[in-house]
Design a binder for this molecule. Structure first.
Ligand code: C5P
Length: 280
């Protein structure tokens, strides 16, 4: 018996930093979507709990007890499972690789053992992005990451994800913020009829971590400029605390052409085209 679960890339289409709590964590307001690309976790029943890591992005990721996938498995009380993580998403890159892996492991164990998913609070203990990844669907994320509001699916569009291969530590980006009390998104989000209406809304919103991340890693600015200059790109923005940025396109052809051109011009970057993960 082998079971598998996709750990899709998490994209923050917006990421507003609206305050800071006494414990140092920041209050966020973020429109989160999930992509079709991601890591894959497989499990097979075997005595003991183990993890092996494969895939193009496996290098540099330890499979020791502190790996988020093993921590998630232990949180679910799993004991006799051989887990494999196929790592396709770059590490520490703002698209939730580790958090989505942890959440996928929680889903996988819940499915195999016939148990329920942990509470948002328990998921939050694994990382601030784990609650939103628990059920990968278009969501509004607030609080420090634990207040999740599911939203209706968005109109179809395509994304180019581009990462300049620099790792920016999340705490460093938050520490570098000059302004921690920024406006949230509108209290109630509109229903977007088509991609153009969504893009117009997004253009008025922000990622409040972007400027700080660009200060730390100027390569991010280069990625944003390059994405923004591709034909058909409606918006280029950073996801999470970076360094992965996304370009948004109404046309799949434009997105695929942009990805080909960016990859040819910057062979060292990680570049993929992806659609949105389908959900109800
Ligand atoms: O929870 P997680 O380990 O993913 O968070 C990584 C770091 O990001 C935290 O230690 C904190 O410095 C910062 N962070 C924050 N506010 C959030 C989420 C993360 O300040 N809402």
């Amino acid at each position: 018996m082998t079971a598998a679960e996709l750990a899709p890339a998490k994209i923050n289409l917006t990421l507003h930093v609206t305050g800071q709590r006494a414990d140092g964590y920041h209050l966020l307001d973020s429109l989160v979507v999930f992509a079709e690309v991601g890591d894959l976790i497989t499990a097979r029943r075997l005595r003991g709990l183990s993890l092996s890591i494969t895939g193009p992005e496996a290098a540099g990721l330890g499979a020791g007890a502190d790996n988020l996938v093993l921590r998630a498995a232990r949180l679910m009380g799993a004991r006799d499972l051989a887990l494999t993580l196929h790592k396709a998403l770059p590490l520490s890159s703002g698209i939730g690789g580790g958090s989505s892996d942890a959440a996928a492991c929680l889903r996988l164990v819940a499915r195999l053992e016939g148990t329920t998913l942990p509470s948002m609070r328990a998921a939050l203990g694994l990382g601030a992005d784990v609650p939103v990844c628990l059920t990968p669907r278009t969501s509004r994320m607030q609080g420090i990451g634990e207040a999740i509001t599911p939203l209706a699916p968005l109109p179809a569009f395509w994304m180019v994800l581009a990462n300049p291969r620099v790792e920016v530590p999340t705490p460093q980006v938050f520490r570098a913020l000059e302004q921690r009390e920024n406006a949230p998104m509108p209290a109630s989000l509109p229903l977007w009829g088509d991609a153009a209406a969504l893009f117009a809304f997004l253009a008025d919103q922000r990622n409040d971590l972007q400027a700080a991340a660009c200060q730390i890693a100027p390569e991010i600015g280069q990625v944003l400029t390059a994405l923004g200059a591709t034909p058909g790109c409606a918006l280029a923005r950073m996801s999470g605390s970076g360094a992965t940025c996304f370009g948004l396109y109404a046309s799949q052809d434009d997105a695929e052409r942009a990805a080909r051109e960016l990859q040819a011009a910057h062979p060292e970057w990680w570049v993929v085209t992806t659609g949105l993960l389908a959900h109800q």
